[in-house]
Design a protein. Sequence first.
Length: 181
Amino acid sequence: MSRLKILADDKPDAAILDTGNRDEITRELEKAGVRFEYWEAAADIAPDDKPERILDAYADDIARLKREEGYQAVDVVSMWPDHPDREVARRKFLDEHTHAEDEVRFFVDGRGLFSLHIEGRVYEVLCERGDLIGVPANTTHWFDMGPRPRFTAIRLFNNPEGWVARFTGSDIASRFGRLES
């Protein structure tokens, strides 16, 4: 189940809010300027289907976001527990960073934990199958796929070259929760 925890950035053990209610998650993230939506596929698909089939199943929602936000590129990524690059990939995303563009991820399957550092608070957003999160450009955040990752996600980009991180050098991410599978 999707989950949102909001914590003070100096109190990682004391939740201000902890909810699994999708409407409440959407409302709270919207207040922070973060998009959170739930999508349903237009056709039956499996996480290991070819990217074209996955993109076709969500074509209407993808087209809507491209129109609304001007996204130029879209792709599908997958990670699984015995993926040879899982440890390197996990470490790459665990430190606080920003992007010059929005980071948009839709979870076709599996899950991941986005932690957003916004105005003195950390928003821990557990995204699962059907969840879309849109982290605005220049928002400090980190992502944990867990030690045994399993997800398939659609990514949308403004920049056709894709995702480029700018690391902050802060150790804040090490003080907050991790996704343990």
